[in-house]
Write a protein that binds this ligand. Structure first.
Ligand code: MN
Length: 295
């Protein structure tokens, strides 16, 4: 099946450009097929409706233009497999990079040397972030928004450094400048946020903080039974990202679904019009004490 990458011809790959799983999946392909490769970093909301065609799609929904092969672990993409000639989608995998590694290793045993980084990828992709890995994800998202072709450099850095911790990630030479910039500009606010006492429910409306900092803001989530971030899209709609703990009287998914969104039980999201904010506040407020802050 890996004729696709082994045949030596030009291959066109799309991977998720907003997190470590997508980047490291791209890194593994760069390792096994270094020549004649074009990697496009994109996001689910961009590629899903795209008429473009790819040879290989990683950690993303397949485009409506179709793909030869898909390697992915998102259950939500199962309904789109008719767009792919050879789909490999395993929702039980914690990361796409691990699935890709397991497929590649049979054919190219030397990918084994990157297995120490896979534990870190699994951890970050299942939402288990520490401050350094959250800062890494924020930096990647900032680059994705501004100059995404630079992400190839970060992907190559991951191969060269084989990071095994969040500390390793923020030390990647290609990211140092970006991380320092974020810390300089927002370090104080981040520190305030992370020293919050915790409680029942907290919603953070991000007005001054840019939306790429959501992964960092969400570090405060574990101190609350219910937690959400609210960012404003360019079209004026509000993007909610919700988290709940098992001791919350209402799950993130229940709230998201009532607002037309979806996701997982304790991590879900929705896109709402600003006029729906009242509904959101009264819905959560009817179950527990709710704090709302703007940052
Ligand atoms: Mn993933």
């Amino acid at each position: 099946m890996f004729e696709l990458v082994s045949k030596g011809g030009r291959i066109k790959v799309a991977s998720h450009g907003e997190d470590l799983d997508g980047l490291f999946s791209a890194s593994l392909i760069m390792f096994v097929h270094p020549e004649n490769l074009s990697v496009h970093f994109t996001a689910p909301y961009e590629i899903k409706g795209s008429g473009e065609t790819f040879d290989l799609v990683l950690d993303l929904p397949p485009p409506s233009g179709g793909a030869i092969m898909l390697v992915d672990h998102h259950e939500s993409n199962l309904s789109l497999l008719d767009r792919v000639r050879y789909p490999i989608l395993k929702p039980n995998y914690p990361s796409t990079a691990r699935l890709l590694h397991d497929l590649l290793v049979r054919w190219e045993p030397s990918v084994e040397e990157f297995s120490s980084t896979l534990d870190l990828v699994d951890k970050t992709d299942t939402g288990d972030l520490d401050l350094p890995s959250a800062l890494f994800t924020a930096a990647v998202r900032r680059i994705f928004k501004r100059r995404r072709s630079y992400l190839s450099k970060v992907a190559r850095d991951l191969l060269a450094r084989t990071p095994t911790s969040g500390e390793d990630l923020v030390k990647l030479p290609s990211l140092r400048g970006e991380i320092e910039l974020i810390e300089r500009e927002y370090g104080d606010r981040i520190e305030d946020l992370l020293s919050l006492r915790g409680g029942d429910a907290l919603l953070v409306q991000m007005k001054v903080l840019p939306s790429y900092l959501v992964p960092v803001v969400q570090l405060a989530a574990r101190k609350y039974r219910f937690f959400g971030t609210i960012t404003t899209g360019s079209d004026g709609a509000l993007r909610l990202s919700l988290r709940s703990r098992d001791d919350s009287p209402i799950t993130a998914l229940e709230v998201a679904e009532r607002l037309g969104g979806g996701g997982h039980r304790n991590a879900a999201g929705a896109l709402i019009m600003p006029s729906k904010m009242e509904d959101l506040i009264s819905m959560i407020g009817s179950f527990m004490e709710l704090e709302l802050i703007t940052l």
